[in-house]
Design a protein around this ligand. Structure first.
Ligand code: NAP
Length: 290
């Protein structure tokens, strides 16, 4: 037997004890569910970023009331527009001042979408979506690079997670609510994560992407409402007969950030109940309803 079957200290296998995390787009939806799980897995600090201070403050208040957090653990409000160079600088400075020791986890999750038919798809929409979903993701990772490098080690690398989408792996929505820029942006960040994985691995930082299918959030509600049969219709066509739940996303985040996920680098974890393979197309939008 070549392998030691004893997984040393199994209690720490999925633990994020003492970790410091930054989550962009952490004020609601998938980012907020990840924040909750990271804190409950033992993290000491989670910085909650989105553009609106009031919304970040409210999210932080709710997170800090969670039962069973580690002593002294806290969520911290860190509002900033990550597409804006000054905003991003302020965010990095806030985190640096509060946590000069660096950070362990960056979840580059803030994103936006836009639906419009091909002939009318505006330049402004393509620009806005690529700006937030790709350019800001790269800039955020670059600016937090030194803080991540400070805490990463050979045995316990720091972790960068990029929220992609199954729309970046297959074909997103086409037709009247076509999401050309969104699909292209998600394909781009998924491949960006692979490039960064190879570049940052030697600096003891892993980079992975998560590709969610449909999760009911503010972003997806419009598209889900227009899908054939609405939310229930989309759920019925999914091999698992349901949509994504907050814990599905949160579980993947904890795994990829914990000791258990320490050698996963450059991977894309799809969380869609297998929907991509079931239909060959990501959403069954009923054209007659658009
Ligand atoms: N829900 C789904 O079905 C689904 C599927 C696949 C992938 N995703 C991806 O998952 C990620 C999260 O989406 P979600 O569904 O949770 O959407 P959501 O509920 O709309 O959340 C988006 C978050 O991003 C923040 N944000 C937007 N622009 C920002 C900016 N310029 N700077 C900083 N924060 C900004 C928003 O807060 P403010 O408005 O306050 O800035 C909010 O916290 C996105 O990358 C999305 O593409 C979602």
């Amino acid at each position: 037997m070549d392998y030691d079957l004893n997984l040393h200290d199994f209690s720490s296998f999925f633990s994020l004890k003492g970790k410091i995390a930054v989550i962009t787009g952490g004020s609601r939806g998938l980012g907020l569910s990840a924040a909750s799980a990271i804190l409950q897995a033992g993290a000491s600090k989670v910085y909650i970023n989105s553009r609106k201070a009031g919304v970040c403050d409210a999210a932080v208040e709710a997170l800090n009331k969670l039962p069973g957090l580690a002593p002294g653990a806290k969520a911290i409000s860190a509002p900033a527009d990550v597409t804006n160079a000054d905003g991003l600088r302020q965010l990095v400075e806030l985190v640096k001042k509060d946590s000069p020791e660096g950070i362990d986890i960056l979840l580059a999750n803030a994103g936006a979408t836009w639906g419009a038919p091909f002939d009318e798809h505006p330049d402004a929409a393509i620009a806005k979506v690529l700006d937030l979903n790709v350019r800001a993701v790269f800039n955020t990772i670059r600016e937090f690079g030194p803080a991540l490098e400070r805490r990463g080690t050979l045995e316990d690398p720091s972790r960068i997670l990029v929220t992609g989408s199954v729309a970046g792996l297959g074909i997103g929505t086409v037709g009247k609510q076509a999401t050309f820029g969104y699909s292209a942006s998600k394909a781009a960040v998924i491949h960006l994560a692979r490039n960064l994985a190879v570049d940052l691995g030697p600096r003891h930082i892993t980079v992975n992407s998560i590709a969610p299918g449909f999760f009911p959030t503010k972003m997806s509600q419009g598209l889900l409402a227009m899908a054939d049969g609405g939310i229930a219709g989309v759920a019925k066509r999914n091999p698992m007969r349901r949509l994504g739940k907050p814990e599905d996303f949160a579980g993947a985040v904890v795994y990829l950030c914990a000791r258990a996920g320490g050698h996963v680098n450059g991977a894309t974890l799809t969380i869609d109940g297998g929907a991509m393979w079931a239909t060959g197309q990501l959403s069954s939008v009923n054209e007659s309803k658009l």
